[in-house]
Design a protein around this ligand. Sequence first.
Ligand code: ADP
Length: 488
Amino acid sequence: METEQVKHTELTFQLIVESSPNAIILVNKEGKIAYMNSQTEKLFGYERSELIGQTVEQLIPARYSQHHPGFRNMFFRAPAVRSMGVGRELFALRKDGTEFPIEIGLNPVVTVDGTLVLASIIDITERKKAEERFRLVVESAPNAMILVNHEGMITLVNKQTEMLFGYERNELVGNKLEMLIPQRFSGNHPNHRESFFKKPQTRAMGAGRDLFAKRKDGTEIQVEIGLNPIETTEGNMVLASIIDITERKLQEITLKKQVELEIKNKELEQFAYVASHDLQEPLRTVSNYMQLFEEDYSEKLDEQAFKYIHAVNNATSRMSMLIKALLAFSKLGTNRRLVSVDCTKLVKDVLSDLQKFIKTSGAVITVSELPTINVYETEMRQVFQNLIMNAIKFCRKGIIPEVRVDAEKLADKWQFSVKDNGIGISVSHYTRIFEIFQRLHTTAEYEGNGIGLANCKKIVELHQGEIWVESTPGKGSEFFFTIPPLTV
Ligand code: ADP
């Protein structure tokens, strides 16, 4: 009866083992295979009869098999249910000599023949392949990608991460993610991570907040981070995809500033236009009445009175001229049209317009070969005219003005220059002279209304260029301006 019972138990055990999806092997203390199921046959390519009674080391690649009896003895000394080779990669050897990665669970089984170990073997080739595929996808991603576990430890990074943060891979993997977060944010990060793992879902990180990351060299970058929950054999993880948006943010700020500046400019222009327009009217009244006054009372006025009238007339006509200039300045570029212009020809035209002025001054003007580029023609003509006129006008007494107009092709723009041998400008005035109505001299010294360079600046900026001066007082000045390529 007892043997019946034993037989029955054995049969049940065999049935269970046979129906297991895993390969199962029973091994005795000596390492001999006492039993194996058909999954084992399939997995290793052996017939059952070939393995029963053989040592289990036959199924282990040679480089590991020599240490195996030691491990086996250790197990039998303290038999317990556990997985084998924790932390190590395990491989098995097929009959045909090929190897494959495995995971093994060990269970002690007490039988009439003594304690045996039941090894349950899972072929993890497919899982390894999937892991490798995942690693490759992450590696080839265009963004920096970091896989982080529940404890916030970095378990995988890609090439882009190394490039973005300046760390080598091995400096990151195994360390806490907080090393990539500026200190002022890192304290709170574990809480954020905890709440992500509580409700893992694909989402952007820190919605509404500006996110920053810290490079190895301590510099900060502004980032955008996407979070993806990933289930792995080592537990739930989060795959963070990181984009450096520092440049974009800077551009946004510049763009915002530009828009603000444009609005301000528009308001100023509007103000200048309205003011100058409305000022003309009372000014005209003043000059008209002055004229009537002079005509109707000429007999009653003495010489001194005429002097005063003359001074008032001078002032009103100067004011009228300034108002007109302001009006022209505020309207500058409102009807601009981009056209391809041969600048050599443009400058020649300017010189012919200024012919009389040039002749009187005796100025010698040289013009190098200038390019043909897209510009606002009327406005650009004004720039050359103002700069050339100033170059002649602000000459030193007794010295013949020499003016040179030049152009140089830089990497991404043309740089024009107008050079003179005049009185020069001291460094402290380099910026001021481009402001409206700013002059360094009285009209008695040099004619002018102080609006020429303000016009030039506005026009060059309409072309998205820059204008500046370099000068040596008493020797001469050189005005530069750049014009980037513009599409019509
Ligand atoms: P304006 O020529 O009518 O005075 P601008 O706006 O053209 O007004 O120039 C502003 C000031 O910059 C001038 O009054 C002068 O003091 C200085 N400036 C401009 N061009 C030159 C130059 N080529 N050499 C020396 N000073 C100059």
